[in-house]
Write a protein that binds this ligand. Structure first.
Ligand code: ATP
Ligand code: SF4
Ligand code: MG
Length: 341
């Protein structure tokens, strides 16, 4: 990647998270339960620039949320490194980690679950400022909250301060979550399916607010979604995940117009066309359902579902290979499949 170090907000290298599998009674009786793991995240590396929105896309269970939680240190790593503005965030002491955590925030899928029903909007947005003693003077805290509410489009902000979550619409609640995430002026925000609980009609407005704020504040965003069309509207670059691995990553329009990995091609083929008269010329080029992350196939983990698989794909595990500019792909046969010399 052609990035200078001071452009990078977040960098992860060889991130791994294996969850031990809890076996049933009979498996444990016959001692078959040893060393079985879900390979939720399995050697994932990427960087996110300051002010950049980086999308993680893939089917349910491919490890998107776990990747986000690992970076936020909500979950403990099995392996790998995380750098926040060049600082190694894995080997920090508790006090140092507290300092770094200010820079790492999250916007959850369900704003209603992520905020206390007994807290007013003022208290919800002020909570991180108070907990971390960022601002001590209560008048200044209120001033900061008013600024944040205005920035997320809750106007006039004064009218929202004393409201409670049940007095807000879904879109307004998610705007409060966004205000809270931005209140500490963090380096990095994970937005995990942030609009999937909202009515389609209000999604665009909420997304636009998030995008404008991330650009204005220079925040690095990890935008998690199973919806490639949504990723396209939001993200500067995207990474496509399959069973705990990134199989392709690059600038969004490059990936959409020139997908090289068979799995990315399948995801793009599955996006409904906005043109009602458009006819799909091909069947979805993918076989079967997503397998579990427990018994990972040998070689390329996509091979049981890949229509281009050959014998070599059962043996060799492809690494991400640099194709051009920021575009990388992990497929042994991408040149043949895409007729690249
Ligand atoms: N706490 C946990 N304990 C055991 N397994 C887990 C845990 N959290 C996630 N997993 C497993 O890890 C894998 C990745 O899960 P993850 O939630 O990261 O996927 P995801 O891509 O976010 O999926 P979705 O789109 O459904 O939210 C899945 O197989 C999941 O069942
Ligand atoms: S390496 Fe083989 S199985 Fe894997 S995506 Fe490429 S062609 Fe398909
Ligand atoms: Mg998830």
């Amino acid at each position: 990647m052609t990035m200078t170090d001071n452009n990078i907000a977040i960098e992860v290298k060889n991130l791994k998270k294996y969850f031990p599998v809890e076996e049933g009674f009979f498996a444990s009786l016959f001692k078959r339960s040893k060393n079985r793991f879900v390979h939720a995240v399995d050697d994932v590396s990427f960087s996110i620039r300051i002010g950049e929105t980086f999308g993680l896309v893939g089917e349910s269970g491919c490890g998107k949320s776990t990747t986000g939680y690992l970076i936020l240190q909500i979950q403990k790593l099995t392996g790998g490194s995380i750098f926040v503005k060049g600082v190694d965030a894995v080997t920090l002491s508790r006090t140092e980690l507290k300092e770094v955590r200010k820079n790492l925030q999250i916007i959850f899928q369900n704003p209603y679950e992520s905020m206390s029903p007994r807290f007013s909007v003022l208290d919800i947005v002020a909570e991180p400022l108070r907990l971390l003693n960022i601002i001590e003077d209560e008048d200044k805290i209120e001033q900061k909250v008013l600024e944040e509410l205005t920035d997320v489009g809750l106007i006039p902000a004064e009218d929202f301060l004393d409201r409670f979550p049940h007095e807000l619409s879904g879109g307004q609640r998610q705007r409060v979550s966004i205000a809270r995430a931005f209140a500490l002026d963090p380096t990095f925000i994970v937005a995990d399916e942030p609009v999937s609980m909202l009515d389609v009609s209000i999604r665009v407005g909420v997304l636009k607010t998030m995008k404008e704020l991330s650009k204005k504040r220079g925040t690095a965003f990890l935008f998690i979604t199973h919806d490639l069309a949504l990723a396209r509207t939001m993200c500067d670059r995207i990474a496509v995940m399959y069973l705990g691995r990134v199989v392709e990553q690059g600038p969004t329009e490059e990936i959409i117009h020139n997908p090289l990995h068979p799995y990315t091609k399948a995801l793009i083929a599955a996006v409904p066309s906005p043109d009602p008269d458009a006819t799909r010329t091909e069947e979805l080029p993918i076989i079967g359902e997503v397998p579990s992350g427990i018994d990972i196939a040998s070689g390329c983990r996509f091979h049981p579902r890949c229509i281009y698989a050959r014998d070599e794909c059962k043996e060799i595990d492809p690494l991400l290979e640099h194709v051009k500019e920021d575009h990388e792909v992990a497929c042994l046969r991408y040149k043949e499949i895409n007729k690249i010399k």
